[in-house]
Design a protein around this ligand. Sequence first.
Ligand code: HEM
Length: 523
Amino acid sequence: MALTVDRHLAILAGISLSFVAVKALKGFIKKRQNNVPLPPGPVPLPLLGSILSIDAYEPWLTYTEWGAVYGDLVFVRSLDEEMVVINSQHIAEALLDKRSRMYSDRPYLATLEPYGLSINFGFIAYGDEWRLCRRLFHQTFRPESAAKFRPMQIKRAREIIVNLVDDPESYHDHFATFSLSVVMSTVYDYNISARDDPMVQTVIKALVPGLTVLSPERALMLKTFPFLLKVPDWCWGSSIKRTARGSTERINKMADMPFRYVQQHMADGSSLAQSSMVAENLQRMETQEEAFKPAFENALKKAATTAIIASYESSVATLMVFVLAMVLYPEVQKRAQAEIDSVVGKERLPTFEDRASLPYIEAVLRETWRWQPVAPLGVAHTASSDDVYDGYFIPKGTIITYNTWGITRDEKRYPDASSFIPERFIDSDGALTSDDPAQYIFGLGRRACPGRYNADSSAWAAIATMLATLDISPAKDDQGKVISFTPEFIPGLVRLPANFPCSISARSHIHPDTVDSWRTAEF
Ligand code: HEM
């Protein structure tokens, strides 16, 4: 039986590779017809292209190396896919932003539908459904609306401190609670409980395995060998199909549970769930034509679920990067604490009204975004028509990968780029420079991150509150010796530090009674 299966796999793989060859030939002919050269790039192997040369776990490293050899626009062929890697902010602005009409589509990801992830509008094609989802999302998350959530973000940030003081070793889990509590309040007006919240368990169960399949590099296998989703359960390779089925069930549960929570509260006439993104839009829906309601409700559910998916890991990763930096760069932490102590004082905690008076904290946040960008390749776009840029031909359908990592590693712009140096954003007068990585780490153009104002406020609230109240330092062993470690990162669409040894405790002026008072405070 195994032999038969192997033969089938071989035949099907052969057919797939023939399609690859035909597509590559078509591309070649098109290029010749056009007479405009493709951007420079590595010489592809027949059929396979450059796939074997790309670092499977950290592709941004390969793209950055190629950037040094071929320049800021690199053409790469992998199997049957054509990709252009953008290695500079300037070209990203020129294409993704200034020519956004042509560069706002997303590549087809073979993993999306089977794994239940097409509910995430961040990955769907540029079209009417995406437009409706994005409009609903934008109403809640645009800068003017997002500002009203700031007091809630400060309150949640203070809850992290209580959790960290109680149980410092579980810092990753506390950041996950923070991330979800902010977004679930905004989207569903749902207040999660400090421990074992059923909604949180459902979200984590759905997201943690699901997100790993969301990159073009991972989806390529399923695209090339789509029969893997059709093989019978008893057959070799069927685990992919089973994993996909399980993922769909978990994602659907995650989308339905909180949505029903809001509908239930609205039906009961409860004052809860009245001011959330979902509640406000369900009320708006009542005034709409009957025929449009199902599409509206579907788009609303997608927009709501996307907010959870898009913010969960990225917000956790940002705070993990910050804590890692504080462990490795104690002098930065001291300078940041000194700024807060002198501007805010030790009697109260920072709020958003203090933000403009705390330039060093701002520089720490900028360096946190830059030092270890949590979305090192952003989310890929596609060219929806042929284009010529700077004398190079970019064929319709080309995947556009925007190498954020490469930009953060530009030694001319960021000398000693792999070190955490907030001072690089402060000029000789002590003011912030005009270089703000938030201008590029959230992507560009019509698909740029619409949650960035919320993400920025959450990160600022958490970082400023932690610096005001906690000492973060290297962990020590039983003999009092510092435990040294080499930071490790979990790669993926979102890249985050793996847990590392560290010690977190309340700063000396923070009295235990004060922490106790935060447990119950309404702030
Ligand atoms: C914490 C740091 C975050 C980073 C670094 C980040 C980064 C990004 C990037 C690079 C993209 C792709 C942009 C492009 O295609 O050019 C994106 C898309 C998106 N982000 Fe974020 N994000 C963050 C947090 C959030 C949060 C908190 C939310 C929701 C509240 C959110 C919602 C979204 C959505 C909905 C999209 C898809 C947009 C679309 O395709 O139209 N993100 N994000």
